[in-house]
Design a protein around this ligand. Sequence first.
Ligand SMILES: Nc1nc2c(ncn2[C@@H]2O[C@H](COP(=O)(O)OP(=O)(O)OP(=O)(O)O)[C@@H](O)[C@H]2O)c(=O)[nH]1
Ligand SMILES: [Mg+2]
Length: 317
Amino acid sequence: MTKIEEILQGILTGNKRSIAKAITLIENATAESKKLIAKIYPHTGKAHIIGITGPSGSGKSTLIEKIVREYRQNGKKVGVIAVDPTSPFTGGAFLGDRIRMQELSTDAEVFIRSMATRNYPGGIARATKDAVKVLDASGKDVIIVETVGAGQSEVEIIKVADSVVVMHAPGLGDEIQAIKAGLMEIADIFVVNKADRENADKAVIDIQSILQLNNKKNAWKPPILKTVALTGEGVPKLIEKLEEHKQFLRKEKEHKKSLLKAEAELVEAIKEQTARAVIEELKRRGKFEELLQKILKRETDPVSAAEKLLEESFRKV
Ligand SMILES: Nc1nc2c(ncn2[C@@H]2O[C@H](COP(=O)(O)OP(=O)(O)OP(=O)(O)O)[C@@H](O)[C@H]2O)c(=O)[nH]1
Ligand SMILES: [Mg+2]
Protein backbone atom coordinates (compact mmCIF):
# COMPACT_ATOMS: atom_id res chain seq x y z
CA MET A 1 0.00 0.00 0.00
CA THR A 2 1.32 3.46 -0.83
CA LYS A 3 1.51 6.10 1.85
CA ILE A 4 -1.47 7.94 0.36
CA GLU A 5 -3.60 4.80 0.26
CA GLU A 6 -2.68 4.06 3.85
CA ILE A 7 -3.75 7.54 4.95
CA LEU A 8 -6.95 7.23 2.93
CA GLN A 9 -7.87 3.92 4.57
CA GLY A 10 -7.18 5.46 7.96
CA ILE A 11 -9.38 8.46 7.22
CA LEU A 12 -12.24 6.27 6.07
CA THR A 13 -12.19 4.41 9.38
CA GLY A 14 -12.13 7.69 11.30
CA ASN A 15 -8.54 7.25 12.53
CA LYS A 16 -7.42 10.47 14.18
CA ARG A 17 -3.73 10.13 13.31
CA SER A 18 -4.54 9.63 9.64
CA ILE A 19 -6.83 12.67 9.67
CA ALA A 20 -4.07 14.75 11.28
CA LYS A 21 -1.49 13.54 8.75
CA ALA A 22 -3.80 14.36 5.87
CA ILE A 23 -4.39 17.89 7.11
CA THR A 24 -0.64 18.43 7.48
CA LEU A 25 -0.18 17.33 3.87
CA ILE A 26 -2.88 19.79 2.85
CA GLU A 27 -1.23 22.60 4.80
CA ASN A 28 1.96 22.01 2.86
CA ALA A 29 0.04 21.71 -0.44
CA THR A 30 2.21 18.94 -1.80
CA ALA A 31 1.56 16.95 -4.96
CA GLU A 32 0.61 14.11 -2.62
CA SER A 33 -2.13 16.16 -0.99
CA LYS A 34 -3.75 16.76 -4.37
CA LYS A 35 -3.75 13.03 -5.04
CA LEU A 36 -5.21 12.39 -1.63
CA ILE A 37 -8.00 14.93 -2.07
CA ALA A 38 -8.94 13.36 -5.40
CA LYS A 39 -9.24 9.99 -3.68
CA ILE A 40 -11.18 11.40 -0.77
CA TYR A 41 -13.68 13.30 -2.88
CA PRO A 42 -16.07 10.40 -3.63
CA HIS A 43 -16.46 9.86 0.13
CA THR A 44 -17.54 13.44 0.87
CA GLY A 45 -20.83 15.32 0.78
CA LYS A 46 -22.48 13.85 3.85
CA ALA A 47 -21.51 16.20 6.68
CA HIS A 48 -23.29 19.35 7.73
CA ILE A 49 -20.66 22.07 7.51
CA ILE A 50 -21.18 24.98 9.87
CA GLY A 51 -19.18 28.20 9.67
CA ILE A 52 -18.98 30.34 12.79
CA THR A 53 -17.63 33.83 12.35
CA GLY A 54 -17.67 37.14 14.17
CA PRO A 55 -15.44 39.66 15.87
CA SER A 56 -12.53 38.56 18.01
CA GLY A 57 -13.61 38.05 21.59
CA SER A 58 -17.31 37.54 20.81
CA GLY A 59 -17.04 34.04 22.27
CA LYS A 60 -16.86 31.82 19.19
CA SER A 61 -14.44 29.26 20.63
CA THR A 62 -16.27 29.15 23.97
CA LEU A 63 -19.57 28.59 22.19
CA ILE A 64 -18.12 25.96 19.85
CA GLU A 65 -17.00 23.89 22.83
CA LYS A 66 -20.60 23.87 24.09
CA ILE A 67 -21.99 23.13 20.63
CA VAL A 68 -19.66 20.14 20.30
CA ARG A 69 -20.82 18.79 23.67
CA GLU A 70 -24.47 19.18 22.69
CA TYR A 71 -23.95 17.40 19.35
CA ARG A 72 -22.07 14.61 21.13
CA GLN A 73 -25.04 14.16 23.46
CA ASN A 74 -27.17 13.74 20.36
CA GLY A 75 -24.76 11.04 19.19
CA LYS A 76 -23.23 13.06 16.35
CA LYS A 77 -19.58 12.81 15.38
CA VAL A 78 -17.98 16.23 15.24
CA GLY A 79 -14.97 17.88 13.64
CA VAL A 80 -13.75 21.40 14.41
CA ILE A 81 -11.34 23.51 12.41
CA ALA A 82 -10.34 26.85 13.87
CA VAL A 83 -8.87 29.13 11.24
CA ASP A 84 -7.62 31.46 13.86
CA PRO A 85 -4.26 32.29 15.37
CA THR A 86 -5.66 33.27 18.77
CA SER A 87 -7.98 30.36 19.27
CA PRO A 88 -7.83 28.56 22.61
CA PHE A 89 -6.87 25.41 20.71
CA THR A 90 -3.49 26.99 20.16
CA GLY A 91 -3.38 28.81 23.46
CA GLY A 92 -4.88 32.20 22.74
CA ALA A 93 -7.42 32.30 25.53
CA PHE A 94 -7.98 31.24 29.10
CA LEU A 95 -6.41 28.10 30.38
CA GLY A 96 -9.80 26.86 31.55
CA ASP A 97 -11.15 26.91 27.99
CA ARG A 98 -8.10 25.07 26.78
CA ILE A 99 -8.46 22.33 29.35
CA ARG A 100 -12.11 21.83 28.49
CA MET A 101 -11.22 21.64 24.80
CA GLN A 102 -8.51 19.09 25.52
CA GLU A 103 -11.04 17.03 27.44
CA LEU A 104 -13.20 17.07 24.37
CA SER A 105 -10.39 15.90 22.12
CA THR A 106 -9.92 12.71 24.12
CA ASP A 107 -13.32 11.68 22.73
CA ALA A 108 -12.62 9.33 19.77
CA GLU A 109 -15.48 10.84 17.79
CA VAL A 110 -14.30 14.43 18.10
CA PHE A 111 -11.49 15.89 16.03
CA ILE A 112 -10.21 19.38 16.75
CA ARG A 113 -7.55 21.16 14.77
CA SER A 114 -6.47 24.74 14.41
CA MET A 115 -5.02 26.08 11.22
CA ALA A 116 -3.00 29.25 11.66
CA THR A 117 -3.63 31.98 9.14
CA ARG A 118 -0.13 31.86 7.72
CA ASN A 119 0.45 31.89 4.02
CA TYR A 120 -0.82 28.68 2.62
CA PRO A 121 0.56 27.87 -0.81
CA GLY A 122 -2.95 27.25 -2.09
CA GLY A 123 -4.71 29.92 -0.03
CA ILE A 124 -6.39 29.59 3.33
CA ALA A 125 -9.82 28.98 1.79
CA ARG A 126 -8.48 26.11 -0.28
CA ALA A 127 -6.67 24.55 2.69
CA THR A 128 -9.74 24.87 4.90
CA LYS A 129 -12.00 23.43 2.24
CA ASP A 130 -9.75 20.42 1.80
CA ALA A 131 -9.37 19.87 5.54
CA VAL A 132 -13.17 19.89 5.77
CA LYS A 133 -13.26 17.26 3.03
CA VAL A 134 -10.95 15.05 5.07
CA LEU A 135 -13.24 15.32 8.10
CA ASP A 136 -16.29 14.73 5.92
CA ALA A 137 -14.78 11.54 4.49
CA SER A 138 -13.83 10.42 8.00
CA GLY A 139 -17.52 10.15 8.83
CA LYS A 140 -18.08 13.30 10.88
CA ASP A 141 -21.74 14.28 10.91
CA VAL A 142 -21.04 17.89 11.76
CA ILE A 143 -17.98 19.98 10.90
CA ILE A 144 -17.55 23.39 12.50
CA VAL A 145 -15.20 25.98 11.04
CA GLU A 146 -14.29 28.98 13.21
CA THR A 147 -13.00 32.10 11.47
CA VAL A 148 -12.35 35.45 13.04
CA GLY A 149 -14.51 38.18 11.56
CA ALA A 150 -11.84 40.46 10.23
CA GLY A 151 -10.61 40.82 6.71
CA GLN A 152 -11.42 38.38 3.96
CA SER A 153 -11.77 35.11 5.78
CA GLU A 154 -15.30 35.69 7.03
CA VAL A 155 -16.67 36.14 3.55
CA GLU A 156 -14.63 33.19 2.30
CA ILE A 157 -16.49 31.06 4.83
CA ILE A 158 -19.54 30.88 2.57
CA LYS A 159 -17.45 28.95 0.07
CA VAL A 160 -16.89 26.29 2.68
CA ALA A 161 -19.95 26.19 4.94
CA ASP A 162 -23.52 25.04 4.38
CA SER A 163 -24.77 27.13 7.28
CA VAL A 164 -23.13 30.34 8.44
CA VAL A 165 -23.52 31.59 12.03
CA VAL A 166 -22.53 35.22 12.54
CA MET A 167 -21.74 36.03 16.15
CA HIS A 168 -21.81 39.27 18.00
CA ALA A 169 -21.53 40.24 21.63
CA PRO A 170 -22.26 43.40 23.61
CA GLY A 171 -19.31 45.46 24.76
CA LEU A 172 -17.19 45.03 21.68
CA GLY A 173 -17.43 48.66 20.70
CA ASP A 174 -18.18 49.48 17.11
CA GLU A 175 -18.07 45.94 15.92
CA ILE A 176 -21.68 46.10 14.79
CA GLN A 177 -20.31 48.25 11.97
CA ALA A 178 -18.15 45.35 10.86
CA ILE A 179 -21.18 43.11 10.87
CA LYS A 180 -23.03 45.68 8.85
CA ALA A 181 -20.22 45.95 6.34
CA GLY A 182 -19.65 42.39 5.34
CA LEU A 183 -21.28 39.79 7.51
CA MET A 184 -24.96 40.67 7.21
CA GLU A 185 -25.30 39.17 3.77
CA ILE A 186 -23.76 35.85 4.60
CA ALA A 187 -25.53 35.03 7.88
CA ASP A 188 -28.00 32.18 8.04
CA ILE A 189 -28.25 32.54 11.82
CA PHE A 190 -27.27 35.44 14.06
CA VAL A 191 -26.08 34.80 17.58
CA VAL A 192 -25.78 37.50 20.19
CA ASN A 193 -23.49 35.91 22.76
CA LYS A 194 -22.77 37.10 26.31
CA ALA A 195 -26.49 37.46 26.88
CA ASP A 196 -25.61 37.56 30.58
CA ARG A 197 -24.41 41.10 29.96
CA GLU A 198 -26.52 44.23 30.01
CA ASN A 199 -26.59 45.34 26.42
CA ALA A 200 -27.41 42.03 24.77
CA ASP A 201 -30.96 43.12 23.92
CA LYS A 202 -29.68 46.28 22.32
CA ALA A 203 -27.39 44.19 20.09
CA VAL A 204 -30.40 42.09 19.07
CA ILE A 205 -32.36 45.23 18.19
CA ASP A 206 -29.41 46.63 16.23
CA ILE A 207 -29.17 43.49 14.15
CA GLN A 208 -32.93 43.43 13.67
CA SER A 209 -32.92 46.97 12.31
CA ILE A 210 -30.07 46.25 9.90
CA LEU A 211 -31.89 43.12 8.75
CA GLN A 212 -35.00 45.16 8.05
CA LEU A 213 -33.04 47.53 5.84
CA ASN A 214 -31.76 44.53 3.99
CA ASN A 215 -35.21 43.17 3.29
CA LYS A 216 -34.43 40.84 0.47
CA LYS A 217 -37.16 38.35 -0.26
CA ASN A 218 -35.23 35.25 0.64
CA ALA A 219 -37.02 32.04 1.53
CA TRP A 220 -34.88 31.66 4.65
CA LYS A 221 -35.25 34.35 7.31
CA PRO A 222 -32.12 34.40 9.50
CA PRO A 223 -33.18 34.10 13.16
CA ILE A 224 -31.42 36.11 15.88
CA LEU A 225 -30.61 34.00 18.95
CA LYS A 226 -29.16 34.85 22.33
CA THR A 227 -26.57 32.64 24.02
CA VAL A 228 -24.37 32.53 27.08
CA ALA A 229 -21.41 30.50 25.86
CA LEU A 230 -19.95 30.27 29.36
CA THR A 231 -22.92 28.24 30.61
CA GLY A 232 -24.25 26.81 27.36
CA GLU A 233 -27.53 28.67 27.65
CA GLY A 234 -29.25 28.94 24.27
CA VAL A 235 -27.12 26.23 22.66
CA PRO A 236 -29.93 23.64 22.23
CA LYS A 237 -32.01 26.31 20.47
CA LEU A 238 -29.06 27.15 18.22
CA ILE A 239 -28.68 23.51 17.25
CA GLU A 240 -32.41 23.29 16.58
CA LYS A 241 -32.09 26.23 14.15
CA LEU A 242 -29.02 24.70 12.52
CA GLU A 243 -30.97 21.49 11.94
CA GLU A 244 -33.84 23.52 10.49
CA HIS A 245 -31.44 25.26 8.12
CA LYS A 246 -29.97 21.93 7.06
CA GLN A 247 -33.46 20.64 6.23
CA PHE A 248 -34.21 23.88 4.39
CA LEU A 249 -31.09 23.46 2.24
CA ARG A 250 -31.99 19.88 1.48
CA LYS A 251 -35.50 20.83 0.37
CA GLU A 252 -34.23 23.73 -1.71
CA LYS A 253 -31.82 21.43 -3.50
CA GLU A 254 -34.61 18.98 -4.18
CA HIS A 255 -36.80 21.81 -5.35
CA LYS A 256 -34.17 22.90 -7.88
CA LYS A 257 -33.77 19.35 -9.08
CA SER A 258 -37.49 18.86 -9.60
CA LEU A 259 -37.66 22.21 -11.36
CA LEU A 260 -35.02 21.08 -13.87
CA LYS A 261 -36.81 17.79 -14.31
CA ALA A 262 -40.13 19.52 -14.90
CA GLU A 263 -38.53 21.85 -17.43
CA ALA A 264 -37.08 18.96 -19.42
CA GLU A 265 -40.44 17.18 -19.41
CA LEU A 266 -42.26 20.32 -20.53
CA VAL A 267 -39.84 20.93 -23.40
CA GLU A 268 -40.24 17.31 -24.48
CA ALA A 269 -44.03 17.52 -24.38
CA ILE A 270 -44.08 20.78 -26.35
CA LYS A 271 -41.81 19.31 -29.02
CA GLU A 272 -43.94 16.23 -29.39
CA GLN A 273 -47.28 18.02 -29.49
CA THR A 274 -46.33 20.91 -31.75
CA ALA A 275 -44.66 18.53 -34.20
CA ARG A 276 -47.74 16.34 -34.30
CA ALA A 277 -50.07 19.34 -34.79
CA VAL A 278 -47.91 20.81 -37.57
CA ILE A 279 -47.61 17.53 -39.42
CA GLU A 280 -51.36 16.92 -39.22
CA GLU A 281 -52.09 20.38 -40.60
CA LEU A 282 -49.57 19.90 -43.43
CA LYS A 283 -51.14 16.59 -44.35
CA ARG A 284 -54.59 18.15 -44.34
CA ARG A 285 -53.45 20.81 -46.79
CA GLY A 286 -51.62 18.29 -49.00
CA LYS A 287 -48.35 20.09 -48.31
CA PHE A 288 -46.75 17.10 -46.65
CA GLU A 289 -47.13 14.84 -49.68
CA GLU A 290 -45.91 17.64 -51.99
CA LEU A 291 -42.70 18.07 -49.98
CA LEU A 292 -42.13 14.33 -49.80
CA GLN A 293 -42.17 14.11 -53.58
CA LYS A 294 -39.71 17.01 -53.89
CA ILE A 295 -37.36 15.32 -51.45
CA LEU A 296 -37.57 12.04 -53.40
CA LYS A 297 -36.70 13.90 -56.62
CA ARG A 298 -33.77 15.53 -54.77
CA GLU A 299 -35.24 18.97 -55.48
CA THR A 300 -34.89 19.74 -51.81
CA ASP A 301 -33.67 18.09 -48.62
CA PRO A 302 -35.70 17.36 -45.46
CA VAL A 303 -34.03 20.06 -43.35
CA SER A 304 -34.45 22.83 -45.92
CA ALA A 305 -38.01 21.72 -46.54
CA ALA A 306 -38.86 21.97 -42.85
CA GLU A 307 -37.14 25.34 -42.61
CA LYS A 308 -39.08 26.73 -45.57
CA LEU A 309 -42.33 25.49 -44.08
CA LEU A 310 -41.65 27.22 -40.81
CA GLU A 311 -40.77 30.47 -42.59
CA GLU A 312 -44.00 30.36 -44.58
CA SER A 313 -46.20 29.59 -41.63
CA PHE A 314 -44.65 32.37 -39.56
CA ARG A 315 -45.16 34.83 -42.39
CA LYS A 316 -48.86 33.94 -42.38
CA VAL A 317 -49.11 34.55 -38.65
N1 LIG B 1 -19.64 37.07 30.19
C1 LIG B 1 -19.44 36.22 29.21
N2 LIG B 1 -18.19 36.01 28.75
C2 LIG B 1 -18.03 35.15 27.72
C3 LIG B 1 -19.12 34.46 27.13
N3 LIG B 1 -18.65 33.69 26.15
C4 LIG B 1 -17.32 33.88 26.10
N4 LIG B 1 -16.92 34.75 27.06
C5 LIG B 1 -15.54 35.20 27.31
O1 LIG B 1 -15.13 36.03 26.25
C6 LIG B 1 -13.73 35.86 25.97
C7 LIG B 1 -13.49 35.54 24.52
O2 LIG B 1 -14.04 34.28 24.22
P1 LIG B 1 -13.52 33.39 23.01
O3 LIG B 1 -14.38 32.20 22.97
O4 LIG B 1 -12.05 33.19 23.09
O5 LIG B 1 -13.84 34.37 21.80
P2 LIG B 1 -13.51 34.17 20.25
O6 LIG B 1 -14.62 34.79 19.50
O7 LIG B 1 -13.23 32.75 19.95
O8 LIG B 1 -12.21 35.04 20.07
P3 LIG B 1 -11.09 34.93 18.92
O9 LIG B 1 -10.75 33.49 18.76
O10 LIG B 1 -9.97 35.75 19.43
O11 LIG B 1 -11.69 35.53 17.69
C8 LIG B 1 -13.27 34.76 26.92
O12 LIG B 1 -12.66 35.38 28.03
C9 LIG B 1 -14.54 34.07 27.31
O13 LIG B 1 -14.45 33.46 28.57
C10 LIG B 1 -20.43 34.71 27.66
O14 LIG B 1 -21.43 34.17 27.20
N5 LIG B 1 -20.53 35.59 28.68
MG1 LIG C 1 -11.56 31.77 19.07
